[in-house]
Design a binder for this molecule. Structure first.
Ligand code: NAD
Length: 336
């Protein structure tokens, strides 16, 4: 096989990024797209030149195609299970966006189906493909920071995005990225969580979430996620990481570096690391992640940089975080 034929289910704001990123890859053909909203399907199909007969409003019909090798599931957070199971049953490899699900039982069902059908099942934990996060992982594994002791992760997004994403608890929407990184870096099961949420506008999901994690190997982590960046500040992504080892520290903050544009509309600090397009060129961790997966499929190699088993641990920890917020208690994993 030299070309990977891809189908994409869900063409919202992030599904569109999948279309852009796949289109930029040399060994990939977007063979089919699907969205339940006909206008959106037509808009994306027309914009990216995808022929009418390759556009679907029902994923079941799309998955009847025998030419699909890989399917991206980019539907609403709580609706990843059925398209994922259907794609695996149709013998397609699947990239399921984060959160893989908001229900632990479903994550295990997906995993079992992937094993049964002998297909790759890959969580959309794309920060493992951002060179800054990758380098910290490499530093930890090489021992250049010494023995890790403490980790801090901050993820802040603009307030207006909360209008859409309050549909999902903040831990599944934002913190899952940091849970995946923390588990990847610590290389140890989570022992306990204690979490605090603040519901600034009264929404079911907290705008501010603080999480303390303790790993079995003694590493401590603090994860702070929020939807509080004022839109007028012009900062798309305001994240930070600090990993402290007994002989070194790795640290970066996204908002303090990079391009600043100041004009009559105000100030804007765009992000180039996650997904960015300029003059038809696509950059970012999403593209790197998709390229990696497609290369693994073409070469018949294991996509060992990503782990669905870790993704299941992420959802286990996320569930414990929700419980801790509700009860005010520290939750021991495996004992709840
Ligand atoms: N990895 C990342 O950094 C990242 C970034 C943004 C979003 N996401 C994730 O991507 C997923 C989608 O987010 P979004 O922002 O694009 O949401 P969105 O609301 O913009 O889009 C969801 C789309 O899915 C379509 N859809 C829903 N059910 C469908 C079905 N059964 N069949 C076909 N289409 C269906 C909807 O019509 C909509 O167009 C979420 O899980 C989100 O958390 C991941």
């Amino acid at each position: 096989m030299t070309t990977v034929n891809v189908g994409i289910i869900g063409l919202g704001s992030w599904g569109e990024c999948h279309v852009e990123a796949y289109r930029s890859l040399p060994n990939v053909r977007i063979a089919a797209i699907c969205d339940t909203r006909e206008e959106r399907l037509a808009e994306i199909g027309d914009r990216f030149g995808i022929e009418t007969r390759s556009r679907y409003t029902h994923y079941e019909e799309m998955l009847e195609r025998s030419d699909l090798d890989l399917v991206s599931v980019v539907t609403f957070e709580k609706d990843h299970l059925t398209p994922t199971l259907a794609a695996l049953a149709g013998c397609k490899h699947v990239l399921v966006e984060k959160p893989i699900t908001t229900r632990l039982k479903e994550a295990k069902e997906m995993y079992d189906a992937a094993v049964r059908h002998d297909r790759h099942l890959l969580p959309g934990h794309l920060l493992r493909f951002d060179p800054r996060y990758m380098d910290i992982h490499r530093s930890i594994r090489s021992g250049s920071l010494g023995k890790p002791v403490s980790m801090y992760f901050k993820r802040s997004r603009q307030r207006s995005l909360f209008d859409t994403y309050c549909r999902t608890n903040t831990v599944y929407e934002l913190t899952v990225h940091d849970l995946d990184l923390a588990i990847w870096y610590a290389d140890s099961p989570v022992k306990s969580v204690q979490a605090y949420g603040r519901h600034v506008s009264g929404s079911t999901a907290p705008e501010v979430l603080w999480v303390n994690l303790e790993f079995e190997n003694g590493i401590l982590a603090v994860l702070h996620s929020n939807w509080m960046t004022p839109d007028k500040a012009g900062i798309a992504i305001n994240d930070a990481v600090e990993v402290i080892g007994d002989t070194g520290i790795a640290h970066f903050e996204t908002a303090s570096g990079g391009l600043q544009v100041w004009n009559n509309s105000g100030r804007f600090n765009p992000d180039f690391h996650i997904h960015h397009t300029a003059d038809g060129i696509v950059y970012g961790a999403l593209r790197e992640q998709l390229q990696y997966i497609c290369n693994c499929i073409v070469q018949g190699t294991e996509p060992s940089l990503i782990s669905f088993t870790d993704a299941i641990r992420v959802i286990e920890a996320a569930d414990a975080i929700v419980l801790s917020c509700e009860t005010g208690q520290r939750i021991e994993l495996g004992c709840s």
